[in-house]
Each structure stands twice: as C-alpha cells, then as structure tokens.
Design a protein around this ligand. Structure first.
Ligand code: NOJ
Length: 746
C-alpha cells in the first residue's frame, strides 16, 4: 500500500503546532498562577478595576477621589479607557511600572469605525454585505490604534436591532442574526489580525451582552422583555460567532433582561458564556453598570451590587468603583469567596500575557510607529472603497443615475452638501482634528471639473425657517440636474440618542417638495445613522441614494457612485419603515393566524387600518445601475445515510442583463412550512456577493446543511423537524426570484 508523504507530514505538522500552542498556553497559565500567588487581595481587586482616563468621558464620570496615577502606582487599577496617543499611554504605563508587581495596564478605547481614518458607521458597512472589506476596515483601524498605544477596543457591537428609534442602531449590523454573525466574525478577525499579541492587533470586545438592542420602545438603556427562544434565535447568534472567532473579551449591557440586569445576570454570563460556550476571556461591565444595579432596584447599595456582579460573572468594573470599594469587605464578610476573585483576575492576567504586555509593557507605545502608521494613502483608498460599498441605491427611476460628467450645470442643495466632520458620524475619534475629510461638494468637483456647480444650503438640518428656500429654488432652476444632500445631524444617532420621530428632521422634506416642483430632475442623497422615515420623498423623487455616514472619504465615494465610477451594490441590513407606527418591523416575522393577503387587505386580518403592512424598503433591498436575471434553479434532496445526513445543494444561474458591470448580493432564504413552535416566514441562511460583467452569466451554488434547518424549541433544545421547507433565492427579502421546496425526512 502506498501512503503519500503528504498524508504523514500534514498530521505530524499539525500535531507539532498543536503541541507548541499547548505548551505556549501552558506557560501562560503557569505564569498567571505564579503571579497570582504573589498578589495580595487588594492587588487582585485592583486588576478588576477600570477607570476613565482624562481624555474624554463617554459616560457620567464619578468625580470624587484622588489622583488616578497614584492609584495606579498602588496597584489599584487594571485598565484605563479613553486615553489618546502614545505620550498619554506612556504616562499611565509608567505609573503602573511603579507598582509593586509592575502589572501592565490595558488601554481600552471605543475604536468603533476607524481610528484616525474614519470608516463608514458599522450599520453602513453592514450594507456592503462584503465580509472581506469589513475585515479589512477593522484591520486598518487596529493597525492605527495599536500604533497609538491602544491594545483593546470596545468593539464590535453585536446587538441586533429591530427598532430604528434606538440611537445605537448605527453601531451594529442591523436586524438579521445570520448577517450579524458573519459580520461579527469578520470584525473580530479584523481587529485581532493574526491573533491577540500581534503588534498590529487590538483585543476585541463583543458587546453588549445581551439583548441591549431590544430596549422597549427603542429608548436607550430601557428594559428588555423577551422570550428565551427569541434571545437564542435572534439576539445571541452574533455573540456566539464572536466567541467562536476567538474574541478576547465581552462587555455586558445596561439593560435588564426579563427583570435581571445583564451585569448581574448569571444565566447570561456564567451559564451561557463561560459555561455552554466555554469562553476563556473576561467580561467587562459597561460604564457604571455595576453601580446602576442600585437604580434598577436589583441591589441596595454598591456593596450588594458588587456582590451580585462578581457572582454573576462580571470580571472587570468599568467606572462604577463598586469593586475597588467593596470587594475586600465582601471577602472579609464571607459574601464572596476569594476563588471567584481569583477566577476573574486569572482571566484578565491571561489576556495581558497573551498581549505580550509582560514582555514589553510599552509594546504598543512607540511614537515612531505612531507617526508613520496613521492616515496612510493606501488606507484612505480602502476607506473610500468601503464607503462606496456601503451606499444603497434605493430608487433609480428611468436611470436618472449615473450622471454624465458632461453636464453643464449641477445644483448642489441641502444642509449636508458641505458637511465634513459630520460625515464621521457618532463614535468617531478626533485623532487628527478632522483634517482631510472630503465633503460631497469637493467630491463632485473632483469628478467633473468642467461642470459648473451652484450651491444653496436651502435650510438647516433642524428648525422651521424657509428663508433659504428661494435661493435653492433659483439654483435648481439654473441647473440640468439637482443633487440634494439631506438627513440627520450626526449626533442624532449614537448612545443616548434615541428618537421617537425619525422623519427627515426639520423642514428638509418641504425643501425637497419645493425643489421637485421646479420640474428639474432631482437626486436625493440621504445621510443618517438609522433608517429614517421619508414616504413623500420615496414616492415622488426618482433617484434616492442612502449614504449613511460614510467617514473620511465620504464625499469622494458619493461622487464615485453618482457618476458611475462605482456601481452601487449595497443592500439594506435593516428594514426601513413607512412610518414610526410600524415599529418594530422586521422581515423574519411569524405568519400569524390571520395574515393579510396584500397591503390593502383589511378583512379581519393582521393589519393597520391606516397604514400598509409592507415596509418602505425591505431588508436586503438595494439596486444597481445594471439588472440581474435569475434562472434555472436546481435543488438536491436531503438523504439519510448511515454516516449521517448529507447537505444538499441549491444552484441557479445569475445573468447581468444590463450595460454596466455590477455586483449582486444573491440571498438565500428558507421557510420551515410547518413546525412546533412556528418559524418565521423567511430566514436568511446564506448569501454571496458576485461581480458580473455585462452579459456575463454565472452559476451560483449554495450548500444547505441540516443544522441550518434547526431551531430552538420551547425547551430551548436545538431540533430539526421533518416536513416541507421552502428555499427562496432573491435579490432582496421582498424580491424572491426563484423558489422550490423539499421534504426533510428523519
Ligand atoms: C458605554 C457604552 O455603552 C459602551 O459601548 C462603551 O464601550 C463604553 N461606554 C465606554 O465608552
């Protein structure tokens, strides 16, 4: 018998690597134990304490107490957040090096969508459905941040959101657990690069654990009340994906979940995360969330709050000072066993060792590297590419877009035409005083130097004044085409930025009406951190581009799309409602016992009498300058065999039937037709983004595995049930082009 050399060498090599990794891990564990053995109880508690630095506060600061640097020297602090730049980090790390055991500090920062170069907000990036691009964006953010002293980012935010009133919808990946999980993996890989400890990587944080995005009424920090099935089906999958991708830390959340604050929630942190998922990293509280358990009415005082939090598995206290002020007494009073504290300290020290901070506490603090790593031209190019991919062409009647570069006169109207720093959106960092941001106006001029651009602001983002309308109308009348840049202010989304009214603010839609009345062709570009409501515009304006907040290169990217140098390919990661009255609205809902047959069906069915059921724009919607035809679907059958159940393949052809090269996101949805309990009318299970030249036709194949048909039953067991499954292939959740069914037998 001939055995190939490869067959012997590969397992051998894998075995050597595994032994090496194991040996390395063992050494870290041994080092952790050795250090732990030297630590006093106070020093251990110090590792569980995190303070805000003195750069900028991203929450209510506890203004009391002495000097933070002194506390660091006393070994009373394990991590600091919100400090900027290598000089600043050095000052703090120097203080840590003066402590008895010289345990280095972690430096945390909200590097949410870029560090110095600002990338599109996460919700916008999610609209790209391009995992490679998203991973690259985080790689660049990590390269920049790690060159500036940061070794830990509080990202990615993985909260599923079905409510656009919630201000933090901008920070996540939208409403879908499958898309959200893919993006979670891409972001963790991007931040952590070749692994925690690589010099250009930052340790990532999966946040906010859990269900924070389901705040009742979309009001930030509000309670969450949901079935455990919904938690497992919809809200947990992205967190599981991040854990599987090796994320270093988790952050818990401000909300209570069915009456128990997440910070004091053992079911979430101990049973699920550290138990079922075997998570070996540590959990940081959200800002002050341990102390806030007093406001929740869950703990009487900080002493009790600290006890609840450490017992439930919160390892590090961000800014509430509950641990530093109470844990020693809780141990003395025998309310908290020291083993619980040891477990938390071990988890934190392990990460510090993995980061390489014990070998070199100044590993990420290198001013030379900082000077050369930020704002590199190739990274600006990547930011432009990401921004182009994030836009969604919502509507393009009569192919008004793309614009010709030979137009004589274009009017640029609206309060966001000249926006620069606004394009960075919420959660961006002012690392370089907002230098080099490209506005829409500048982007347009870069593209069409021979066109005359006339600018009129028209109105402000908010307010009631129509004073600028006349100038705007006059500008429109002189132009061949009008481009309007409208939307929210960047601080209308973000933390504590929930809104009950998510219409385009102020008088902007009135201005759109006035400009449309001139009879000129009008393109509306909408910028915001959430889905806005704009029914009149959606029905009356021929071309609409959703441009979110696209970051540093936003203006160039918008002009690339408007002029057709880039063919839009974004698809909505979240449903756009027609009105706030439809919220919460999401595509993967149940059918109900009385589903409406159409948008106008009101006869004893589940519908509003004053509002259609369908959304303004559905999940997965997004147009291109070209068109795609889907044909020839073929579907295999699930076959049982002694070896188990084999996956089946679905394949079909996609053809570019238009004149432009373009990318299409082909989407695969399934529906379990009969099950107990019931399943949604559609669930995204896979997608592919493909580039086709005009006339090109390509076969696309998806593989459906049995696990993708599984779901949680009433007892939270993951099961599949035999019966009919419908497979739907489409260009959007409401644009299904091909479908077939198959039977699953046991
Ligand atoms: C509170 C936010 O909820 C969290 O996401 C953030 O990381 C911390 N503040 C630190 O800024």
């Amino acid at each position: 018998m001939k055995i190939s050399l490869k067959l012997i060498c590969l397992p051998l090599a894998l075995c050597v690597i595994a032994t090496h990794l194991f040996a390395q891990q063992q050494t870290i564990d041994q080092k952790v134990e050795a250090l732990l053995a030297k630590m006093t109880l106070d020093e251990k508690i110090g590792q569980l304490n995190q303070y805000n630095g003195d750069w900028e506060a991203t929450g209510p600061v506890t203004r009391d107490v002495g000097n933070k640097l002194d506390e660091i020297k006393q070994g009373r602090v394990g991590a600091v957040l919100n400090i900027m730049g290598t000089d600043h980090c050095r000052t703090f790390q120097d203080a840590a090096m003066k402590s008895r055991l010289k345990i280095p500090l972690l430096f945390g920062q909200d590097v949410i969508h870029g560090y110095s170069i600002t990338f599109p907000i996460p919700l916008a990036e999610a609209a790209s459905w391009d995992m490679a691009a998203i991973e690259k964006a985080e790689r660049i953010a990590a390269t920049e941040a790690s060159a500036s002293g940061i070794n830990w980012t509080f990202a990615p935010m993985l909260d599923i959101a079905r409510d656009p009133r919630w201000g933090r919808v901008m920070e996540g990946a939208g409403e879908d657990p499958y898309l959200g999980s893919q993006i979670a993996t891409a972001r963790v890989k991007g931040f952590q690069g070749n692994g925690i400890g690589s010099p250009d990587a930052v340790m990532a944080t999966a946040k906010h654990f859990a269900a924070y995005g389901a705040a009742i009424g979309g009001r930030d920090y509000n309670s969450v009340d949901m079935s455990l099935r919904t938690l497992w089906e919809i809200y947990l999958p992205p967190f599981k994906a991040a854990a599987d991708a090796g994320v270093g830390t988790f952050m818990n959340s401000f909300n209570d979940l069915n009456g128990t604050p997440a910070t004091g929630n053992s079911y979430l942190q101990r049973d699920i995360l550290k138990g079922a998922w075997k998570f070996k990293g540590f959990v940081v509280s959200d800002w002050g969330s341990i102390g806030e358990m007093i406001n929740h009415g869950y703990a009487k005082d900080n002493y009790e709050a600290a006890q609840e939090a450490i017992t439930a598995g919160s390892d590090m206290d961000m800014e509430s000072r509950s641990y530093i002020n109470n844990l020693a007494k809780l141990v003395a009073d025998k309310k908290v066993p020291v083993t619980l504290i040891d477990d938390a300290v071990r988890r934190i020290l392990r990460k510090k060792f993995e980061l390489g901070l014990f070998d070199d506490p100044y590993k990420f603090i290198n001013p030379e590297r900082e000077k050369t790593a930020l704002n590199r031209p190739e990274n600006l190019e990547a930011a432009r590419d990401m921004a182009r991919k994030s836009m969604v062409l919502l509507k393009n009647d009569n192919n008004l877009l793309p614009l010709s570069k030979n137009l004589k006169t274009v009017a640029l109207i609206g309060p966001l035409v000249k926006a620069e720093k606004e394009l960075k959106g919420f959660w961006s960092l002012d690392v370089d005083q907002n230098k080099g941001i490209v506005s829409l106006m500048e982007g347009m001029k870069n593209h069409a130097p021979d066109t005359k651009f006339i600018y009129a602001e028209g109105c402000k983002i908010t307010g009631t004044s129509h004073d600028g309308f006349a100038d705007a109308i006059a500008a429109a009348k002189k132009a061949n085409v009008v481009i309007m840049a409208m939307g929210e202010a960047p601080d209308m989304t973000g933390e504590a930025k929930s809104r009950s009214n998510i219409h385009i603010p102020g008088e902007q839609e009135e201005l759109i009406k006035a400009i449309k009345a001139t009879g000129k062709p009008v393109v509306v570009l909408l910028m915001a951190g959430r889905p806005m409501v704009f029914s009149w515009t959606a029905e009356n304006i021929p071309s609409i581009v959703y441009a979110w907040w696209l970051g540093t290169q936003g203006g160039n990217a918008m002009a690339d799309a408007l002029y057709g140098d880039y063919n839009p390919s974004g698809k909505l990661p979240i449903t756009f409602p027609r009105s706030e009255g439809q919220i919460p609205i999401y595509y993967n809902h149940y059918n109900t016992g009385r589903p409406a047959k159409s948008d106008t069906d009101l006869f004893y069915v589940s519908a509003y009498n004053d509002l259609r059921n369908s959304p303004q724009y559905a999940f997965g919607h997004g147009l291109s300058y070209t068109t795609f035809e889907y044909q020839n679907m073929e579907l295999g059958k699930f076959k049982s065999s002694v070896k188990g159940l084999k996956p089946i393949q679905v394949s079909f052809m996609v053809k570019n039937t238009g004149k432009f090269a373009g990318e299409e996101v082909v989407q695969l949805y399934i529906r379990d037709m009969v099950s107990q309990p019931v399943r949604p009318v559609k669930e995204l299970k896979d997608f592919k983004k493909i580039l086709l030249q005009p006339g090109e036709i390509r076969r696309v194949t998806f593989t459906i595995k049995r696990d993708e048909l599984a779901f949680y039953n009433d007892r939270l067991e993951r099961v599949t049930q035999p019966g009919t499954f419908q497979i739907m292939i489409g260009s959007a959740s409401d644009d299904i082009r091909l479908q077939k069914s198959f039977e699953l037998t046991n």
